[in-house]
Design a protein around this ligand. Structure first.
Ligand SMILES: Nc1ncnc2c1ncn2[C@@H]1O[C@H](COP(=O)(O)OP(=O)(O)O)[C@@H](O)[C@H]1O
Ligand SMILES: [Mg+2]
Length: 266
């Protein structure tokens, strides 16, 4: 095993259901993701992306095979042990935000602290931490808003604050921009870049090539397996072409948006 791998899957199989209804969602998948990477996962609907995410996120267990998270074999752990690891190490971001509709932004963001036995116990300390996380995603002025009083982009930022609150090593995002307009998508990608720059490993499922282009590496899935596809990104442009390279200028645009977001928050 590579010492610096945060996710190490070896020959993982996942079977749902039984008998005639049986579906094999992962078919002997092996994958290694290095700590600190920014990875995109692409593949057609039904290829097993969310199943992979659920296993990587300790929300589910492989039927067969081995999963090591930051060097620790979690394949045989029970649900309580998995919940503990998940809470300490992993932040989740979903396409549909998954916020509690009757809870304010503040309450939603501090939710993971309730399950973290190492978190501060006092309400005011917890709220202070949630306020800090919400300020970090640019929502200092929206602490007491309910999800239905926020735009899609703002709801996703609450979800990112919630994902950050336990200071996770790994962020798993399943189509984080799937329900967002392009401006909000840009903001969310700016935040993910910022988290990555802070040392967080980011694994993001997307079906949009321009979103995947933010990642350092794209993993392609087909039919429950990782497939080798040539990297479809244009090769790095020679210096004299730099300014006209659409890939680079688009990246520069994203980066400046991310930087602007950070500046706005300071
Ligand atoms: N909870 C489940 N029970 C039964 N089958 C499932 C379940 N979750 C996913 N599947 C099946 O597993 C396969 C992979 O699904 P999924 O991982 O959601 O793919 P993707 O996210 O790439 O669209 C699909 O055939 C899907 O129908
Ligand atoms: Mg899916």
């Amino acid at each position: 095993m590579t010492p610096e791998a945060i996710i190490q899957l070896e020959d993982v199989t996942k079977v749902y259901g039984a008998g005639d209804a049986q579906v094999t969602a992962l078919k002997g998948l092996s994958l290694s993701i290095e700590a600190g990477a920014f990875i995109a996962i692409m593949g057609p609907s039904g290829s097993g992306k969310s199943t992979l995410m659920n296993i990587a996120g300790c929300l589910d267990r492989p039927t067969e095979g081995r999963y090591r998270l930051a060097g620790e074999d979690v394949s045989g752990m029970n649900k309580a042990q998995l919940a503990h690891i998940r809470n300490r190490k992993i932040g989740f971001v979903f396409q549909s935000f998954n916020l509690l509709p009757r809870a304010t932004a503040l309450k939603n963001a501090l939710l993971p602290l309730m399950y973290n036995r190492h978190a501060p116990r006092g309400r005011s300390e917890r709220e202070a931490r949630a306020r800090e996380a919400l300020a970090a995603v640019g929502l200092a002025e929206r602490l007491h808003h309910f999800p239905n009083q926020l735009s899609g982009g703002q709801q996703q930022r609450v979800a990112i604050a919630r994902a950050l609150i336990n200071d996770p090593a790994l962020i798993l995002a399943d189509e984080p921009t799937g329900n967002l307009d392009s401006q909000s998508s840009a903001e969310i990608m700016g935040l993910l870049h910022e988290l990555h720059a802070r040392g967080c490993t980011i694994v993001m499922i997307t079906h949009e090539a321009d979103i995947a282009a933010h990642a350092q590496r794209t993993i392609h899935m087909r039919d429950g397996r990782v497939v080798d596809l040539p990297d479809q990104r244009p090769p790095a442009a020679p210096p004299e072409r730099t300014l006209s390279d659409p890939e680079r200028s688009r990246r520069a645009k994203w980066q400046s948006k991310g930087a602007a977001l950070v500046a706005e928050r300071r």
